[in-house]
Design a protein around this ligand. Structure first.
Ligand code: CDP
Ligand code: MG
Length: 672
């Protein structure tokens, strides 16, 4: 008799014997807490259309529950708010089922689809399921949908809640499982009235919480020295350090390694890390070597790393913030919430009693917000509104959401879409708007692509869009190599600005046959360049589907770069800044202006009078990043409908534009 539980899918489809790896991990997953509840869960799901399931991080929700409901002939979809989690967890489950990733078990994230016609269990980001719902509102391919990590309260998961509520009525055979790591489930319970709730008790060991006496001035510094101190003074056990982003994490990894050498195995974890590197965090280290994982808050609940005994929590994470008054959405390093801090601390108690080092005073903890605000309250909703419109939701204010966005945020979103000509005067989706919603991009970028043939440069705009979609292709190591890296970058620099610099890099990569060595020599991130190539191919397919012409201006024409910059402006005309006589840039939009600074990474050779920017970043000051020089009169040509100026604050920029308008009027009159 087969000593292992029968894995139906695998046996039916492949009929091989089990691999050694399968046997090895089998013992482990049978011990996960959710297994005790398997029968109860399946029975409840059979009798109900929706089930809520709450269980401590690491209890096996993400990896096991979708397998419980698996049947050979139907599709189960399990959403993850983060792409790394979707990729990593699906790999793990493929291993558990002893199948190749991309076959019976696969994943779909933006710009990457690793599934096949054989796939019966698909992990996908919540954003991707939302896109699928746009193409097929009934989600006809799915039999069971699992919305995981509901406690993260991401925008896409919220929208899926609302949509699925409607879909379930029309599809009585469809089942929905909502899973969450925390007992905030009360709130979900209220939203899904009358839905049964299954609680999987956790298996957490006690975690001792230590605070600093004083607030720390530099949390990065403090985090690094805490790791060193743990390594020197504490018994064996792995360490998990939370930091806010890629650069900071890489920097910390280097410095910890420099200090502790071979005694530790330091591993980074963040969303843009290569899948091979991501997988490393799950591998055990040799005896005597301590594993130190330095991660963004992705390791807070999305990914469980076993063996962690010490957690270092600086109390900050990068969070999206949106101010409807200034219309600025930015990622800002901000204090975490108490709920987040407690989740992080819990990571230390998975295997045995642990310790959590909070790099702030206890008093500061008490002053933190209780819960992190839902993303819908912190986002620019232009994209969301576009998607909902596409989904046929007419009255956005009446759409059933767990938290309602601020009315001014909604109003701003409608305004922006109107200016982008995605909505008409009656607030209905236009043809352009419909096309825009098909691009997995922000509305400005989608608009820019759609109109780029008018400037005869859709090929170039495609390349730039692809590069903007995989940010930060330049590698800039600290220390000695930094100068060489900066020199390499300057060889690509275009004096008109960063968008064109990105275009240069993309062209050079292709000219050098996508050679990894060439990337290495030029301090360019090879993997990101490969993704840019793949993103571009996918965008091309969407363009062709809509019969949008692919074309390039004559490279030798003096208008080559003029055309490209005008095309940029046709999407991003609401992201323009003007150099005032005071020497400061002021953003120029209706109803608002802000003092901003060019981000130090810019390639401009002078402070141009007008610039267009891709992104607004707050750090110590307000920066605009990825900037390109444009001419003021183009605003009048490209976006006259927006630059009516009556609603614009009085400024030098406004006076300059008024002169341009006047000039244009005069020349029009003359030519009549
Ligand atoms: O979703 P939940 O937090 O309840 O747990 P899970 O993600 O299903 O994790 C269950 C177990 O699988 C944990 O012990 C993880 O460490 C392990 N796992 C793994 O070893 N490799 C992965 N790529 C993902 C999970
Ligand atoms: Mg999970």
């Amino acid at each position: 008799m087969n000593p292992y539980p029968k894995r139906k899918i695998r046996i039916e489809t492949t009929k091989k014997t089990y691999s050694a790896r399968y046997v090895e991990i089998l013992e482990k997953w049978k011990k996960l807490p959710v297994w005790v509840h398997k029968e109860e869960f399946l029975k409840t799901l059979k009798e109900n259309q929706i089930v809520l399931l709450v269980g401590e991080t690491g209890s096996g929700k993400t990896t096991q529950i979708p397998q419980f409901v698996l049947e050979a002939k139907w599709l189960v979809g399990c959403t993850q708010p983060r792409r790394v989690a979707a990729m990593s967890v699906s790999r793990r489950v493929a291993e558990e089922m002893d199948v190749e990733i991309g076959e019976e078990v696969g994943y779909t994230v933006r710009f990457e689809d690793c599934t096949s016609s054989k796939t019966v269990l698909k992990y996908l980001t919540d954003g991707m399921l939302l896109r699928e719902a746009m193409a097929d509102p009934l989600l006809g391919r799915y039999k069971v949908i699992v919305l995981d990590e509901a406690h993260e309260r991401t925008l896409a998961t919220y929208l899926l809640f609302g949509l699925l509520k409607q879909t379930l009525v029309r599809r009585p055979d469809l089942k929905l499982v909502v899973m969450s790591a925390t007992l905030e489930a009360d709130k979900f319970h209220k939203y899904f009235t009358g839905v049964p709730l299954i609680k999987v008790p956790g298996r957490l060991h006690p975690v001792e919480i230590l605070y600093t006496r004083e607030p720390q001035r530099d949390y990065l510094e403090a985090a690094i020295s805490t790791v060193i101190q743990i390594h020197m003074c504490e018994p064996p056990g792995d360490v998990l350090v939370f930091l806010t982003g890629e650069e900071e994490i890489e920097d910390a990894c280097r410095r910890i390694t420099r200090n502790l050498g071979d005694h530790v195995n330091v591993l980074p974890l963040y969303s843009t890390l290569s899948p091979a590197m991501q997988q490393k965090i799950f591998e055990p280290t040799p005896d005597q070597v301590r594993k130190v994982v330095v991660s963004t808050n992705i390791a807070e609940t999305s990914l469980t790393i076993d063996g962690i005994v010490y957690v270092v929590d600086p109390g900050f994470s990068k969070q999206k913030l949106y101010h409807p008054d200034t219309r600025v959405e930015s990622l800002l390093v901000s204090p975490i919430s108490q709920a987040s801090a407690d989740q992080s601390a819990g990571r230390a108690g998975r295997t045995r009693p642990g310790k959590c080092f909070r790099l702030y005073a206890e008093k500061s903890f008490n002053e933190l917000e209780k819960q992190t605000y839902a993303e819908i309250l912190r986002s620019n909703l232009a994209n969301t509104v576009l998607n909902l419109k596409r989904l046929g939701v007419e009255n956005l204010l009446r759409f059933d959401l767990m938290d309602s966005p601020a009315p001014e945020t909604l109003a701003r979103a409608l305004d922006d879409l109107y200016h982008l000509q995605a909505l008409d005067d009656e607030c209905n989706l236009t043809k352009t708007g419909e096309m825009m919603s098909e691009f997995p991009l922000d509305p400005q970028m989608a608009k820019m692509l759609i109109v780029s043939p008018q400037f005869n440069c859709s090929n170039e705009i495609l390349s730039i869009s692809a590069m903007l979609s995989v940010p930060n292709c330049f590698i800039r190591p600290r220390g000695e190599a930094q100068k060489a890296a900066d020199e390499a970058k300057s060889s690509f620099a275009h004096i008109y600005g960063d968008h064109l610099t990105l275009l240069n890099v993309f062209h050079a990569f292709l000219q050098n046959n996508q050679d990894p060595d060439w990337c290495y020599e030029n301090f360019i991130n090879y993997r990101k360049m490969k993704s840019a190539v793949s993103v571009r191919e996918q965008l091309v397919r969407i363009m062709l589907r809509f019969q949008i012409k692919l074309c390039s201006p004559d490279f030798n024409s003096k208008d080559y770069y003029v055309n490209i910059r005008k095309a940029l402006l046709s999407g991003y005309f609401m992201q323009v800044a003007h150099l005032e006589r005071t020497g400061h840039y002021l953003t120029f939009r209706d109803k608002d202006d802000q003092v901003v600074h060019l981000h130090p990474s810019n390639c401009l050779d002078h402070k141009a009078e007008w610039v267009i920017y891709n992104e607004y970043v707050f750090t110590t000051r307000n920066f605009i990043r990825t900037v390109t020089y444009i001419r003021g009169e183009w605003l009048v040509d490209v976006a006259p409908h927006y630059y009516k100026l009556a609603n614009f604050p009085n400024s030098e920029a406004k006076r300059v534009l008024q002169r341009h308008f006047k000039k244009r009027r005069l020349s029009e009159e003359r030519s009549c």
